[in-house]
Design a protein around this ligand. Structure first.
Ligand code: CA2
Length: 147
């Protein structure tokens, strides 16, 4: 099983600023944690972080060409603005889980809209970086059921 973990703009700043909202773990801590869990499950996992919307879309299209089985995406602020990312999830047809470290629904009003949510198989929010592990297990468990 192959899984791609996508992170949107500013996620490379994790652990550096605003730890009261996003915690103290860095982006590299997040990668190491997910990698370790994926290894236990014998899942191949790739990571991509970009501050550019089009690059995230290109990564999703490449995932389609590479027969990736599942995508975990934290689109960061593009969650609240991007119909293009929503269309990309629909276009590639790969089961995708939306993850947020904080719970955007309890924050400013402009964070309450998620365009991508309607195309995702699940949304996990407000659980810190552990939410990525939950997303990994969700995709793993559901792929197992489908076999
Ligand atoms: O809670 C989440 O995971 C978010 O997707 C994080 C985004 C935010 O725009 C969403 O509403 C919710 C922010 C990305 C990270 O921004 C940082 C800024 C400073 C320090 C660390 C991260």
């Amino acid at each position: 099983m192959k899984i791609l973990v996508l992170n949107g703009p500013n996620m490379n700043m994790l652990g550096i600023r605003q730890p009261e909202i996003y915690g103290h773990a860095t982006y590299q801590d997040l990668v190491s944690m997910v990698q370790a869990e994926a290894q236990k499950l014998s899942v191949d996992v790739d990571f991509f972080q970009s501050n550019h919307e089009g690059d995230l879309i290109s990564a999703m299209q490449q995932a389609y060409l590479d027969n990736v089985d599942g995508i975990i995406i934290n689109p960061a602020a593009y969650t609240h603005t991007s119909i293009a990312l929503l269309d990309a999830v629909k276009a590639v047809g790969i089961p995708t889980v939306e993850v947020h470290i904080s719970d955007p629904d309890t924050r400013e009003d402009f964070r309450k809209i998620s365009y991508i949510r309607q195309a995702c198989v699940a949304t996990i929010k407000g659980k810190g970086i552990q939410g990525y592990l939950e997303a990994l297990h969700f995709l793993y468990d559901n792929a197992e059921e489908a076999e």
